[in-house]
Design a protein around this ligand. Structure first.
Ligand SMILES: Cc1ncc(COP(=O)(O)O)c(C=O)c1O
Length: 382
């Protein structure tokens, strides 16, 4: 029987033609296509500015750095995320502080954020996990009361809304990933959005070696110009080949989101038959879920054995995520130990991500659920 992959990327003719158009132009670096994607992405998110980067990790690092976070500071984040959320904090010289998660949604728990605040805390870095917005009313309230910055990890949350607003329009900056598996992809790439004019200028310079004017701006004037380095910067800039792909991915995102909703609802329904061993992830009220991943929590059966059983039967699965604070690096270099975030540690041992993309068929969904049932019985009985 044919394998069912964990995810599938959809690249259309439009992307192919746009990339060819860019390749045949005089500048394939950062130029018109990057600017166009920035404009269209800002309009989609409802923010004043969007700044293209080469990854979400770079966007998070740039945000924290430009907001003045550095050695001696602490930034509170969740342990149930991809490792790079916490890496972006470590890059600045600050310390990531891991706050536990809500048991039913797996998003960061605002009560645990509040409990983790010290006089060194400078920012909160919530992750809108699997595409579900965190409890932003409470997080923004905590930030206001303690004078903290809020940088959102929106890697999963391009289409996500909170109380009718795009979730990335809340807080100081929000950072998006266009990595190969994301809801919209450019292969690798990212974007940062904000309403802050001064911060945008700082970040535009810092993403491009700390130059006063970006290469594209210099090129556009058609006149000789000097381009002084006014601060230390990074090579984090987006360029026109990935931007060409992104333009058409963005234009298709709403239509594909409707299918994501249907696929998630179909899984919810089909998995009811496995309720003894499968817990669904709950959602907050007043949100629009971006449905980047479809994740379940297993109960009374070994997650790793189920994952191996699924793979053996040709069904791709994933684990999102193992708790970051228990990664060898954080144990060895930051002294973290088990027991610090019990809810995250329990979830991290039980989560399993099932095959999920907008065009997955009804037959494929049913085969995934049926196989999961068989594998659970096998793992439970042996
Ligand atoms: C929650 C989360 N944050 C950040 C990232 C990093 O994104 P990028 O690869 O664009 O740096 C990922 C990527 O998988 C992610 O899942």
């Amino acid at each position: 029987m044919e394998e069912i992959p964990f995810t599938r990327t959809l690249i259309g003719k439009e992307e192919e033609e746009e990339v060819l158009d860019t390749l045949r132009s005089t500048l394939i670096g950062t130029g018109v296509k990057t600017e166009q994607l920035e404009r269209e992405f800002a309009a989609y998110q409802g923010t004043t500015h969007a700044v293209g980067t080469n990854s979400c990790t770079a966007a998070m690092h740039l945000s924290l750095h430009a907001l003045g976070i550095g050695p001696g500071d602490e930034v509170i984040t969740t342990p149930i995320t991809f490792v790079s959320t916490a890496s972006s904090i470590v890059y600045t010289g600050a310390t990531p502080v891991f706050a536990d998660i809500e048991p039913d949604t797996l998003c960061i728990d605002p009560a645990c954020i509040e409990a983790a605040i010290t006089e060194r805390t400078k920012a909160i870095l919530p992750v809108h996990l699997y595409g579900q917005p965190c409890d932003m009313d409470r997080i923004l309230d905590i930030a206001r009361r303690h004078n903290l910055k809020v940088v959102s990890d929106c890697a999963h949350a391009i289409e996500a809304e909170y109380r009718g607003r795009k979730v990335g329009s809340l807080g100081d900056t929000a950072c998006y990933s266009f990595y190969a598996t994301k809801n919209m992809t450019t292969g690798n790439g990212g974007m940062l959005v904000t309403d802050d004019d001064n911060l945008t200028q700082l970040i535009q310079s810092q993403r491009d070696h700390g130059m006063a004017l970006g290469a594209w701006t210099r090129y556009q004037t058609g006149e000789f110009q000097e381009y002084p380095m006014v601060q230390l910067g990074f090579k984090y800039i987006m360029w026109d080949i990935p931007a060409s792909i992104g333009l058409h991915q963005l234009r298709r995102i709403e239509q594909r989101h409707r299918k994501r909703l249907e696929v998630a609802a179909r899984y919810d329904e089909a998995l009811k038959s496995l309720a003894d061993h499968v817990e669904l992830i709950k959602t907050h009220e007043n949100i629009r879920h971006a449905h980047h991943l479809y994740v379940i929590k297993l109960r009374g059966v070994s997650r790793n054995r189920v994952a191996a059983g699924m793979e053996k039967r040709g069904i791709g699965v994933g684990i999102h995520f193992r708790p970051v604070h228990l990664e060898p690096y954080y144990r060895e270099k930051h002294g973290h130990t088990p027991g610090e975030c019990p809810v995250a540690e329990d979830a991290g041992a039980r989560v399993l991500s099932l095959p999920f993309w907008p065009e997955i068929t009804e037959a494929e969904i049913l085969r995934v659920v049926e196989t999961l049932g068989d594998v659970i019985i096998e793992c439970r009985d042996s």
